[in-house]
Design a protein around this ligand. Structure first.
Ligand code: SF4
Length: 443
């Protein structure tokens, strides 16, 4: 199938601060894949490849030189203000430029992008509506027939409801941007990773979680053989499954591992899991190790049952401990993810560090509790938000006043967690023992 009219599309991933990772823009690569299938000329402009200086002039030059008439921004919670401001400036400079916004923030909070300069907000599940638009044109009568799009007629926004949840992609990603950006691709101290997605949303409902609201809040899984075919075609030794939780259906995971082993696909896999799956299913871990799983990111979140209950995590401190042990026994690294609550006392910070030491947890990441707009936590805390600017929504900033200490002391204690834990990770990485899960010392 061919697109209706020759258009040139520039897909932009805005840069945001991240010292932990810089990975390929998978969402945009799926759109680039769709454009490739339809014969639409398209390029990804990944701002992560450039410095922050002269951002606007660099982007303007790109649009001008390339003769792009459509620009699509990929929006995260921490880039929405930048996108809105940049769209205003672009529209002044290029009045005929058609500006679209999509991505997770548009999917959840599409109304935030209803500005004069933005022409289309895409909040649908999956890419079917976008495919129809590319085929039939960006005309009001075409847009009016689609699901999950917002557009303007006579300066009034028209909102089309989302379509049904999706359970697969309609194309393969075009990984040109991945190959181009490989030199700058990294996860802190782990090297470069390609990313893949094997499911949509999450079957659980933690109060602070943004991911579980995706795909209309419905968890679906891609056919596992399709996922394996895609993995096999990726020419990179390390793959990160960015599924919100990859380990849900034990039989599916087993099938995945068996086929990976059968087909002799040799990769280092990294994936997210809940602690309860790991605590309850130690028998699958040897097979996962054999298939190449070396890293699991575990949402441990907290070390007190009260806080875990408050997050609606449906786990416990004991479950967390068991999950860490099961992974270590099977030589798979547990990357512990913690949410530092604004309710934490000095004692809670101490308890958290004590838990990390006691359980010989080497790899850890701390995020400050942030009630992202669209989550249940946002509804609970919206009256108490402070400095709730999009660029501060990254888990590194305070957005609710700490209850048991000053903001200054809270930040000092968060930094102290890093100071107490990261030198050891760096040291063990230098001595090439950071993946030895039985080792306890610094070397
Ligand atoms: S935090 Fe993890 S387990 Fe909880 S809803 Fe989000 S993705 Fe699911």
């Amino acid at each position: 199938m061919e697109a209706s009219k020759k258009i040139k599309v520039l897909l932009v991933r805005p840069k945001f601060s991240s010292i932990v990772a810089n990975l390929e823009p998978l969402g945009l690569e799926y759109i680039a894949g769709l454009c490739r299938d339809l014969g639409v000329e398209c390029e990804i402009f990944d701002e992560f490849q450039y410095s922050r200086c002269f951002r606007f002039s660099r982007l303007s030059r790109k649009i001008e030189k390339g003769g792009y008439d459509f620009v699509g921004f990929h929006a995260n919670a921490n880039t929405s203000d930048y996108i809105i401001n940049t769209s205003d400036k672009l529209k002044k400079k290029f009045p005929n430029l058609y500006i679209m916004v999509g991505g997770p923030e548009a999917e959840l909070n599409y109304k935030d992008f209803f500005t004069d300069s933005i022409d289309l907000v895409y909040h649908d599940n999956g890419l079917n509506s976008l495919k129809n638009i590319f085929l039939e044109g960006f005309l009001p009568e075409v847009l009016n027939k689609q699901n999950g799009v917002c557009f303007k007629i006579n300066d009034e926004w028209v909102v089309k409801e989302k379509g049904a949840p999706v359970d697969n992609f309609i194309t393969r990603p075009d990984r040109t941007a991945f190959n181009k950006g490989l030199k700058k691709n990294f996860i802190f101290l782990k090297g470069s990773f390609a990313i893949a997605k094997a499911s949509f949303s999450c079957p659980f409902e933690c109060t602070f979680c943004y991911c579980t609201k995706m795909n209309s809040g419905v968890y679906t899984e891609r056919p596992i053989m399709d996922v394996i075919d895609e993995i096999e075609s990726i020419e990179h030794p390390r793959i990160w499954f960015v599924d919100d939780t990859f380990l849900v259906d034990k039989e599916r995971v087993k099938r995945f591992c068996e086929v990976i082993i059968e087909r002799k696909i040799k990769k280092h896999f990294l994936a997210y899991s809940r602690a309860d799956f790991l605590a309850e299913n130690p028998d699958i871990l040897p097979l996962m190790y054999k298939a190449g799983f070396r890293d699991i990111l575990v949402g441990l979140e907290a070390v007190s049952d009260d806080l875990l209950d408050e997050y609606n995590k449906q786990t416990s401190k004991d479950v967390n401990t068991q999950a860490i042990k099961n992974l270590a026994d099977n030589n798979i690294v547990c990357n512990g993810l913690f949410v530092v609550s604004h309710k934490s006392s000095r004692q809670d910070f101490k308890e958290l560090y004590r838990f990390i030491k006691k359980n010989n947890l080497l790899w850890v990441v701390f995020g400050i509790f942030t009630p992202y707009k669209g989550t249940d936590a946002y509804d609970e805390y919206k009256e108490r938000l402070i400095k709730f600017k999009s660029k501060r929504l990254d888990g590194l900033h305070i957005t609710i006043k700490p209850e048991k200490m000053s903001s200054f002391m809270f930040m000092v204690r968060v930094y102290m967690l890093y100071v107490l834990t990261y030198p050891k990770i760096i040291c063990r990485t230098i001595f090439k023992t950071a993946y030895d899960t039985k080792r306890t010392g610094w070397f």
